[in-house]
Design a protein around this ligand. Sequence first.
Ligand code: CA
Length: 386
Amino acid sequence: MISSSLRSLAFSIIAAVGATTEPVEAVITDAPAPAKPSRIKVETFASGLDHPWGMQFLPDGRLLVTERLGRMRIISKDGRLSPAILDGLPEVAVVGQGGLLDVLLAPDFETSHIIYLSYGEPRGDGKNGTSVARAKLVFESDGAKLEDLKVIFRQQPAAKSGHHFGSRLVWARDGTLFVTTGERNSLRDQSQNPANDIGKIIRINADGSIPNDNPKLPGWAPEVWSIGHRNVQGAALRPDTGELYAVEHGARGGDELNRPEKGKNYGWPVITYGIDYSGAKIGEGITAKEGMEQPLYYWVPSIATSGLAFYTGDLFPEWKSNAFVGGLNGTQVQRLVLEGDNVVAAETLLEDQAKRIRDVRAGPDGALWLLTDDTGEVLRVTPAND
Ligand SMILES: [Ca+2]
């Protein structure tokens, strides 16, 4: 799919830029564009959110959205925001990239009303870490509250950092829960230490206990599924296989799409297609090493990947099973056409909107739904009318 010469060319362009902070003019990706460009209509479904981070469709068609500063909203089917949902929420560390992050409904939400939240949690002494809690969502006349909040996972160790919290929540088909994390920036090298939760993908049961069939390799913490990740802010199950796919931020260049498999090492910070923000090489400056997995795809320069969804709807028949990746600094959505694990085509969408995309979801209505970061919107993408 991606020739090594193109890989090295892209890397050379980045390396040649050195320590300047000028925008890098280079290919974002080297898969060809699809033969037929998508024709889309983008509408602002809702606005007025404060750094929305994660969203889920409720069974009644309303949207449940987190806001990073530590509250949620329910958005009605006509795009109206509920009052801020604050009662019963966990205390969150709103520092840098931290705060209230992802939200996920329990598989039996319709009867249990249980939701899961990921967030930066204050841990004392100025430290914080990514945690996951479950709670009951109790609807009120216009909004909701949470009851019986229980923390089921705490990333260890905590760090004094405002960076790289991850974190997406995804159900596996067997009912276990994947939690993606980050390496907190200050603990970069710990991504390679399997004994902790730094820069890992975690797999736990719905109550926080450890699944019997986790890797549990020698020296591995029992909750660790895969290691060597930098900051994973997009994850989804591929509908035709049920396998987990994830996107993670590189540094300067080197954002990645991976299919994190049980017990494997995804390389950070030993191998990467990026360089440090200073222009310095990372580690030995190598892109491959035995025992470490290559990404399925990577972006140089970075688009700052956040949000990943596989399209499952009927409004865009040609999008079936394609992956959609949000770009924060890239202010775009990338459509990836996969054949097996090969990205055979890539299309840049919403470039003209110039909005930082935080989350991407395939809606039950067949539209593609997006959250924008600093402009605080929910966008709905449907086919353009001729
Ligand atoms: Ca990697």
